[in-house]
Structure formats: C-alpha cells, structure tokens
Design a protein. Structure first.
Length: 365
C-alpha cells in the first residue's frame, strides 16, 4: 500500500479582474516568477518551467498534463486552494470550477480554504514591507457558511473527491485565526448529513505542533505540520539576530542550505494518527518578497527523496486510509516549492518522489 500523498495546488495562473486592477493587465503568478533576479552570489533565479511552459490554467489540456505528471510521481491527488473571503466573495475559482463541471482530468482532488487576507506585500517584491490591504478575510456567520457549503456542494458530490474513511478531506489554512471555526465545523457537518454526505475530515495547518490541543478542541480531525522554517525558529538567538540584520540593512534574504533545512522539517509527533507530515521540494520566496524572503540554497532531487522517504516511514504504521502526507506544493513557483518540470532538473523531483515511494514501500505487504 502506497502513502496517500496530497499535493497543494495553486490556481493563480490565469488573469482575473482584481489582479488586473491591482497589478496591471494580465498579471499572474508567472509575472513575479519571470522577473525574479539573483540577490546574492550563487542564488538560483529565475526558475524557468520546461514541459508545461508558462501555462494558463484556463486551458484544459494543461490540467490534464499536470494530472498525468502528478500520477507519475505517485501523488494521489491535488488539494485546490480556494479563496472565499466572506459574503460570497471569491477569487481564482475558475480552474476548480472548470475541472468540476467538465469531469476532467479524471484525477482525485480535494479543497483547501486559504482563509487569510491579501496584502500588497504578498506579491510585490519591489515594496515587500507595505501592508496595504487588498482583500480582507471575513467570517460573517452561519448564513455565509451555508452559502459557502452550497457553492462547493458539486465538488463534495464529485466521485473524484478525496475521502478519509468515507469522510470528505477539507483543509483550512488558519484554524487558529478563525475565531468562529467551531460554529463553521458544526454547520458544515450538519449540512453534510442533510445532503447525503458522510461527514468531513477537517484538517488545519499548524507550525511545529504549537496549537495541536487547541485545534483538536475546536473540532479538527487532524492537523498538518508545516515546518519548513523550523531551521530558523530553532536557531540560536545570535544567528537569528545576524540574519535579521543582514536582511534589514544589507538587503540579503535569510539563507539556509536545503539539505540542512530538511533535518528540521518533520516533527516527531507526525507519527501520531492525527498529525500529518508535510514535505517540501524547496523554498525561495524572493520572487514575491525580494530581500525580505527566505531562501534554501543548493536544493536537489536527491535531498528531497531523502525527506520523502523519512515522511513515508513516519506514516507506514498508520491505518492505510490515514497514511497521508501533504506535499507543499505541486506548483507554487513564486515560493520556489514546486514539482513541475523546470529547465534545471527536468523531471528530477517527480522521479525522486516516485523512487522514494517504491523504495520505502517495496517490502510492505
């Protein structure tokens, strides 16, 4: 039995009205990716896609090719980020909606609610310190939760939707900042029963297992630990001060070697049934945030393979339905964490993950 690897999937690869207004006509994730520049000696930028090119997710053939490549890597399905800001306001829903309405690709999926406000600094490397609010995340209450559910009901009824023990896998990015999340979870569980669905498997993001108890008390079934930055958080204070000074006064991003960073990425508690490990092929946020970003240098598929094998070993003892690993991400090019082929490594990361699964599971019955 192979692990259940679910890859986070960013839909910001097509133009839409709000981005045109904020950044200029035709802005997509590729805009920052293509204009990224080296910020220090040895900095590997820009990253250029190969097989799929600078694609547009409005094209169904691109979504088909992505699914094909992901299946080659051993990925079970995509977790589509959705952006519901409250009062029915949504952004970037087109790829998800077209995938659902067309029934293609025939590839498993689930949904992850990226419930956070948008600020200008998130996508502006020229002015990364400016906290200008672009779109506020709000939680208007039960009526809005019902509208949100009904909007996604066609997805929840789709035969391709990923389930855990029959329950719909649904990821909430910020379970701690969502003060009314207990009401939200209760409302959706009731709506699931009313609409003939077998409940939800709610998962929240956490960092270094800091809020495990609180999130469980709020009603989450599991958490997933996003620990890519642990190498910074667990550094001695003198090193943190040095990195902060370098970033603020020398305009140098925080720099770590990827092979060192992965040593801190998997919390020991990921062996527990309700804690999901996260694996990440690389991290370089500078296309979006410039010198304010964090960079992992000298990444390589062989190091990612090591990380993947460790994560698989951590979940092997769990029941098969719950041997889940989150892959961050399939296509987050603006953060440098992507599996899609590029000019430097080609299919290297896809092959590395497939090999990690094969080698770790070969003796498992």
């Amino acid at each position: 039995m192979s692990p259940r690897i679910i890859a986070l999937y960013l839909p910001q690869y097509h133009p839409f009205k709000e981005n045109d207004e904020w950044w200029g006509k035709g802005f997509t994730e590729w805009t920052n990716v293509a204009r990224a520049r080296k910020l220090f000696p040895g900095h590997d930028q820009p990253h250029i896609p190969s097989d799929l090119g600078f694609y547009d997710l409005r094209l169904p053939e691109i979504r088909e090719q992505q699914a094909y490549l992901a299946s080659k890597a051993g990925i079970e399905g995509f977790c589509y980020y959705e952006y519901w800001f409250g009062n029915g306001k949504r952004l970037m829903q087109r790829p998800l909606e077209e995938m659902i309405s067309s029934g293609k690709p025939d590839f498993p999926f689930c949904i992850g609610w990226a419930n956070h406000s948008w600020y200008k600094k998130l996508w502006d490397p020229q002015n990364p310190g400016k906290d200008i609010l672009l779109m506020e995340q709000t939680y208007p209450g039960v009526e809005d939760y019902i509208k949100h559910f009904m909007t996604l009901l066609p997805a929840f009824k789709d035969k391709r939707y990923i389930r855990v023990n029959g329950k719909l896998f649904y990821l909430i990015y910020d379970g701690i900042g969502f003060n009314d999340v207990e009401s939200f979870i209760k409302t959706w569980r009731n709506l699931a029963k009313e609409n003939g669905l077998n409940d939800f498997y709610f998962v929240s993001t956490d960092y270094n297992n800091e809020h495990y108890k609180e999130l469980k008390e709020k009603g989450f079934d599991a958490i997933h630990n996003v620990d890519y930055a642990n190498i910074y958080h667990l550094s001695p204070i003198w090193k943190k001060i040095g990195l902060t000074i370098g970033r603020k006064y020398l305009h140098i991003p925080m720099i770590y070697k990827y092979k060192n960073a992965i040593k801190y990425m998997l919390h020991p508690d990921c062996r527990k049934l309700d804690i999901i490990p996260v694996i990440i092929p690389n991290w370089d946020h500078t296309p979006r945030s410039g010198a304010k970003g964090m960079v992992f240098t000298n990444p390589h598929p062989k190091y990612f393979k090591e990380l993947a094998k460790r994560a698989i070993e951590m979940v092997k003892a769990k029941p098969s339905e719950e041997q889940i690993i989150i892959l961050k991400s399939w296509n987050e090019w603006g953060e440098g964490n992507y599996m899609e082929p590029d000019l430097k490594y080609g299919h290297g990361y896809i092959n590395a993950l497939a090999e990690a699964i094969k080698e770790t599971c070969k003796n498992k019955i």
